[in-house]
Write a protein of this length. Structure first.
Length: 329
């Protein structure tokens, strides 16, 4: 006689537990979460070097995640910048507002030492922040860099576009930098290429209708150097206490084209080297992580942008800078 085998009691128990577990999981995943009410605060940004043609400050309202209107620009905000020695600048309001830029104060020179920024606007608590001017980075002085360069290659191609003869010039350099490395303080720098046709008149742009300079680390995975999209350059970090900023090597490539070969050859590639305050470095670092997250656990706390403003939003950052010109031949 044929008998049909029946499922064992153990199988029934497993199926029951699986069903109950799935039901509990389903009930637990979909939940309503009450976001805390956000009270708008002043969000203030002022990033500058001590000597500049214009000082630009911006003030917005902070906004919560459920705020559909988002952040708003505050055109009536009033800014005061005060040096520890007593020097003070005040600007803002509708008078100094430049649409699309912010509140502009021309012809400013900030002396070395500590500066305190204060931002006031009706209906908001006053926001403040303090910054120490970084040492002036240059090829000479107490905070100097050392540099060696070598022109590795230079190629000139000639081609015709109708009746006009044009030239394409490409040059490549190896650049070695040794940056200041103070034993009692951490040092941060940005190295970036300057495009020489920025801000030139239209007729001058025709002479250099293509001119691009690129700088990259010679060692791809150098832990001291990392590209930052917000700063549009390479951030260089003092990662240890033992001369970690010695002999940093970079490759610089320049591509330019136009009708005047002599002008192309005379057009030297230039870089900007800046020394950052630690607060400005941290601001750039966290914004880069937010814009380009590198992954991590699924359930982690959200990363917030660094702020040294008393309201918790924005940044007051200072830097010094100098220009590095590379030899044409």
């Amino acid at each position: 006689m044929n008998r049909k085998s029946l499922p064992s009691p153990l199988l029934f128990a497993c199926l029951a537990l699986l069903f109950i577990g799935c039901e509990r999981l389903g009930n637990g995943v979909v939940q309503e979460i009450d976001f805390p009410t956000h009270t708008p605060q002043l969000a203030v940004t002022l990033i500058s070097r001590p000597t500049t043609d214009t000082l630009v400050a911006r003030a917005h309202t902070s906004a919560g995640i459920l705020d559909t209107t988002g952040s708003k620009r505050l055109k009536n905000a009033l800014f005061t910048l005060t040096h520890e020695g007593g020097t003070s600048y005040t600007w803002g309001g509708q008078t100094d507002w430049v649409n699309g830029i912010g509140h502009v104060l021309p012809n400013v020179e900030l002396g070395s030492g500590s500066w305190t920024l204060q931002c006031e606007e009706d209906a908001f608590e006053t926001a403040t922040a303090t910054q120490m001017v970084p040492p002036q980075i240059d090829s000479l002085g107490d905070y100097a860099y050392a540099m060696t360069t070598a022109l590795n290659s230079m190629d000139v191609d000639e081609y015709s576009d109708g009746e006009v003869t044009k030239y394409f010039l490409s040059r490549s350099w190896t650049l070695e930098l040794t940056l200041p490395d103070r034993p009692s303080s951490r040092d941060f720098f940005i190295l970036k290429a300057q495009q020489t046709n920025e801000g030139e008149e239209e007729e001058e742009e025709e002479e250099f209708w293509e001119n691009s300079t690129w700088v990259s680390p010679d060692i791809e995975d150098d832990t001291r150097i990392e590209y930052n999209s917000l700063a549009d350059g390479l951030i260089i970090e003092d990662v240890s206490d033992a001369n970690s900023l010695n002999s940093l090597r970079f490759e610089v490539d320049q591509y330019s084209s136009g009708e005047d070969l002599e002008a192309l050859l005379a057009n030297r590639a230039t870089l900007e080297l800046a020394a950052l305050s630690p607060e400005l470095y941290e601001y750039y670092r966290t914004l880069e992580l937010i814009a380009n997250p590198s992954g991590g656990p699924l359930f982690t706390e959200p990363l917030l942008a660094y702020s040294n403003i008393s309201s918790g939003f924005g940044c007051f950052g200072l830097y010094t800078s100098c220009v590095i010109s590379l030899p044409g031949e």
